[in-house]
Design a protein around this ligand. Structure first.
Ligand code: 5AD
Ligand code: SF4
Length: 470
């Protein structure tokens, strides 16, 4: 299929003066997506990306509140940005608009107003479709404009199409399909910063995916705080599951790979497990956070499942898709976590076997139930447990990568490698893979014989289709 770019989106107005936009993104994949969409919203106003804050007429700091010291990090960054703005003004350039977006803006908007009154805009994750209006208000009135509502309207209905392919050119993309969370895990700020669970309608997701594919994207990661709680409405007003959505997306010609993140064990239904068996485009790599392997801690965390229920889900998933590999999130030192609880987590890790994982020390977040609990675990104990857990996870990651040496993997070639003549791509398991080959292959999925495991990547040899045909 010949995928052309012309049909995608209108180019930004050529008549408007071009203004430099610099977006600094912290935190999760959804923030990466949101930052791109904020750029889209501002494009019709003449804003285009610049690489450094010094060159920017507007700077957006897209923040994350998930773990400690997030707020202090924002104020320290804002201090630097203010200096940059002062220097620009002294040099006769325009006064930079400074905006704070994302979850810290949502959770600490008032504090930003009082401690950094020089900030122009403060906006939460649900209101960035209103950015143009906020920019205009700030220009008119001066002072800080703040919008941290949870508006009744869905921002997705008001966002313009993505950047035209010539400004983007990506082969992989994130696509938010669901947002917010009603699970209220004891430790987590997300339900307070991102709001209640909501899903985008099917047609809107499919249309966005089609646009992405038309612009050259081959791999889409569907995003949501609880992505497998997706329940978007179809054209008949019927609630649709993630599995059904994946079936529809897999029909888009040119969309070779589909992933989704982040899932919750409680929402892994049989239909989703079956989808892993039935949809080849659904990649055999799943991020399914478990947080702890102790039933006592899982209960205290309000996770709504036991360790054995998690093991059972994994067993069923592997039955459906034997080459499935897993990734997870772990927290050590949740209030009340005993040594035995921690050992139960280590046992679950040994039982399941993870290809990769993220692990954190519990950090109390203001306003969450766990933060106020007695029996907080001492810092040195958390340090020791985290080191032990990470050593085991590292061992498992190395073993998984090693197990691929001698196999042939499908690799999506995403660009040139660092060495001359080298290509870089990603395996089905999101590992970077490097091998020699011609640049014309960029964008294709090729077969690579894996010959070496490095610390965080694989090396291999391209298998030519012609060779395969012989
Ligand atoms: N402390 C430590 N880790 C946390 N996470 C979320 N909240 C906290 C917290 N208060 C971790 C969880 C989650 C991941 C995105 O961040 O493991 O899955
Ligand atoms: Fe946070 Fe739990 Fe919701 Fe995940 S499921 S976003 S950890 S509250």
């Amino acid at each position: 299929m010949n995928l052309t770019a012309e049909t995608i989106t209108a180019a930004p107005s050529a008549t408007r003066p071009r203004q430099g936009l610099h977006v600094i993104t912290w935190g999760c994949q959804m923030n990466v997506y949101d930052s791109a969409r904020m750029s889209d919203v501002l494009r019709p106003l003449g804003y285009g990306p610049v690489d450094t804050p010094e060159d920017a007429d507007m700077i957006i700091l897209n923040t994350c509140h998930i773990r400690e010291r997030a707020t202090e990090k924002v104020f320290s960054e804002l201090g630097k940005l203010r200096k940059i703005r002062d220097e620009r003004v002294q040099g006769g350039k325009s006064r930079t608009v400074i905006a704070v977006a994302g979850c810290v803006a949502q959770a600490a908007g008032e504090e930003i107003l009082s401690r950094a009154p020089y900030v122009d805009l403060v906006l939460g994750p649900q209101t960035y479709h209103r950015l143009p209006e906020m920019v205009a208000r700030a220009a008119r009135a001066g002072g800080t404009v703040i919008d941290t509502d949870f508006p009744a309207e869905q921002k997705f209905d008001y966002l313009p199409d993505q950047a035209a392919p010539q400004t983007n050119g990506n082969l992989t993309a994130f696509l938010t399909i669901q947002e917010g969370c009603d699970k209220f895990c004891s430790f987590c700020v997300v339900p307070y910063t991102r709001g209640a669970e909501s899903s985008r309608p099917v047609a809107s997701v499919i249309a966005e995916a089609r646009r992405m594919v038309m612009s050259g994207v081959r791999e889409i990661t569907l995003l949501g705080q609880n992505v497998n709680a997706y329940h978007g409405l179809d054209e008949n007003g019927r609630s649709t599951t993630l599995a059904e959505l994946a079936i529809d997306l897999a029909k888009i010609p040119g969309l070779e790979r589909i992933r989704y993140s982040t899932s919750h064990p409680r929402d892994v239904e049989q239909t989703l497990i079956d989808a892993h068996r039935d949809i080849p485009a659904l990649m055999p790599f799943l991020h399914l956070p478990v947080q702890s392997g102790s039933d006592r801690v899982l209960k205290a965390m309000n996770r709504g499942h036991t360790a054995d229920e998690y093991r059972d889900i994994i067993r069923r998933l592997r039955e459906a898709r034997p080459d499935l590999a897993l990734s997870s999130d772990f927290i050590v030192g949740h209030p009340g976590e005993s040594e035995q609880d921690f050992q139960d987590t280590m046992q679950l890790i040994r039982d399941v076997g993870f290809a990769s994982a993220y692990s954190f020390k519990y950090s109390p977040r203001p306003g969450t139930p766990a933060a106020g609990q007695p029996l907080q675990v001492a810092e040195d104990v958390k340090d020791r447990r985290l080191a032990e857990l990470q050593a085991l996870l590292r061992e498992q990651q190395d073993a998984f990568n090693e197990s691929l040496v001698g196999t042939v993997q499908d690799v999506l070639i995403t660009g040139l490698g660092r060495k001359p003549g080298q290509l870089a791509g990603r395996s089905p398991y999101l590992q970077p893979v490097h091998f020699d080959g011609p640049a014309e292959l960029i964008g294709q999925i090729v077969k690579v014989s894996i010959t070496i495991r490095r610390t965080n990547s694989l090396g291999g040899v391209l298998i030519r289709e012609t060779a395969l045909a012989c």
